[in-house]
Design a binder for this molecule. Structure first.
Ligand code: N01
Length: 484
């Protein structure tokens, strides 16, 4: 988001400075370099579309791009468009304060930089404030601890190690099978099981890419008009418009193709619980087929939420991994973690699970976490924490009242969709706003309260048509105690 925003601001002839806390560009794909990290949107759809030359020249190697390849791609973009001179690495923005008299922002960094700016734009992402839960005794563990979202740059060797993993969302589901192939033992601490669909990842032949590239512009346009920004095969049929045999055939066909396309088997899966149950039960049946131990299969089978309403996972060998002798599953729903000890994790049944290494795949303080950890102050010195005390809101994901000339890319109530096109749409909107303001010599762009409230109501109305808001998901902050 930061790279493309910079590219666009240069088109307006503006000077811009980009601050980045990492020692390289790439954001999500810079930080989340855990083994098995891969995007679950297909390569041909997970990239920038703003440059025809870029999208024609770049070659992907696999159906789903792995982390290292996406990071290489992002670095290529930074070089190709000569963006690096305006990016200051290893620098975290600690505060931004709006001065009403001068109508300027003062931005301060952890290096003591203090700069004055007319516009402040946050491209800090929506899944970037990695979160380790507060578990008693955390500091006592003598082994190594890692969070998937803050993975070290040097390789971690799991050979001969007893590894514990807390968390079974997209990150956990990706790392667990890789660990199991190398470690001596893997203990998975699962609070809530998630639904996962096989990726069936494979090399991406050049000819297949050529077919796609021949109509890239048209494909992108079509993708942008879909609800997820991805060209899936969206069914136009309701689940009960077909009989049981045809429904199962459809699910089998989608399962065999792999990926999140599965949840679009019928057009009411996200809006009708009974329709959703048919898809959920199909996946639970697959789990029972794949996992040999029926007790483990039952524990891995989600029953607490409608399929797809906690973000669907896409995996390689996830369920099969639980058939291995060196993998064990501890359901911490029934048997919660009571403490972390010097040697491992103790659960309430008194068992101490001894570990050499503990991995937190526990997700992020999402939606507003990356804003609230900065000291952002708008009109009247009001902090972002005060402003969003009830709930984080915005207008279209890009602006919030009381914070003039501050824009967000993928802010609260912004698009929940394929990230690269969502970023491009948001950046283009900010570009248009800034361009219009400059053309009109308007010193300030600000959304008014009524408009922002209207957008919040619209988002709530749309969510109420779906099953999403009934799930305890990070999408609504449910993963942080007291946040929802
Ligand atoms: O994080 P998550 P993630 N004690 O929040 C558990 C994107 N992504 O990093 O469900 C015990 O989904 C928590 O349990 P529960 C994608 O959008 C994409 O996996 O809250 N457990 C859950 O199981 C994704 O949705 C890709 O009960 C605790 C897990 O930790 C988003 O990032 C890959 C706990 C957190 O799951 C986030 O995914 C990776 C506690 N105190 C990520 N606190 C791809 O494209 C939390 N948990 C493939």
């Amino acid at each position: 988001a930061g790279l493309y925003m910079l590219y666009r601001l240069r088109q307006l002839g503006m000077t811009a400075r980009v601050y980045e806390s990492g020692d390289g560009v790439g954001g999500t794909w810079y930080w989340n370099r855990y083994p098995g990290a891969r995007c679950d949107v297909e390569s041909m759809q997970y990239s920038y579309s703003f440059s025809e030359e870029l999208q024609q020249e770049w070659e992907w190697t696999e159906r789903y791009p792995k982390q290292a390849e996406i990071l290489t791609y992002i670095n290529h973009v930074a070089d190709r468009f000569d963006l690096r001179p305006d990016i200051q690495l290893e620098t975290r923005v600690v505060s931004a304060t709006y001065d009403e008299a001068s109508q300027r922002w003062t931005v301060e960094t952890d290096h003591g930089d203090k700069v004055c700016a007319q516009y402040v734009i946050s491209a800090a992402g929506c899944l970037s404030a990695a979160r380790v839960p507060e578990i008693p005794g955390l500091e006592n563990f003598t082994g190594k601890q890692y969070h998937t979202g803050h993975w070290p740059h040097e390789p971690v060797d799991f050979t001969g190690q007893r590894v514990g993993v807390i968390g079974t969302g997209s990150s956990g589901i990706q790392i667990i099978p890789v660990l199991a192939r190398q470690a001596k033992a893997v203990t998975v601490f699962q609070r809530t099981p998630n639904f996962s669909i096989p990726a069936w990842n494979r090399p991406l032949p050049r000819e297949d890419q050529q077919v796609w590239k021949a109509q890239y512009a048209e494909n992108r346009e079509r993708a942008r008009s879909t609800r997820s920004g991805i060209l899936y095969d969206y069914s136009q049929r309701a689940a009960f418009a077909v009989d049981e045999t045809e429904r199962q055939q459809e699910y089998e066909r989608r399962w065999a193709r792999g990926g999140a396309n599965f949840t679009h088997s019928f057009n009411d899966i996200y809006s009708d619980r009974q329709a959703n149950d048919t898809a959920a039960e199909f996946v639970r049946g697959k789990i029972r087929d794949l996992v040999k131990n029926p007790t483990v299969a039952a524990l891995l089978s989600p029953t607490d939420h409608a399929i797809g309403t906690k973000r669907i996972c896409v995996d390689t060998d996830y369920y099969e991994t639980f058939n291995r002798d060196n993998v064990s599953l501890v359901s911490i729903k029934e048997n919660p973690i009571s403490e972390i000890t010097t040697r491992g994790v103790r659960t309430e049944d008194g068992v101490e699970h001894e570990l050499d290494l503990l991995i937190f795949a526990t997700g992020f303080d999402t939606v507003d976490g990356q804003y609230t950890r900065m000291d952002l102050r708008g009109r009247g010195g009001r902090t972002i924490q005060e402003h969003w005390a009830e709930a984080p809101t915005s207008y279209l994901g890009v602006a919030t009242t009381g914070f003039p000339n501050m824009f967000m890319i993928l802010g609260p109530n912004g698009p929940f969709a394929n990230i690269p096109p969502a970023i491009e749409v948001q950046v283009d909107l900010v570009f248009d706003l800034v361009k219009a303001a400059e053309a009109a010599s308007a010193p300030v762009v600000e959304v008014n309260r009524e408009t922002e409230d209207g957008w919040t109501a619209t988002c709530q109305m749309i969510a109420s048509y779906t099953l999403f808001d009934r799930a305890e998901s990070w999408i609504f902050g449910a993963n942080i105690p007291g946040k929802r």
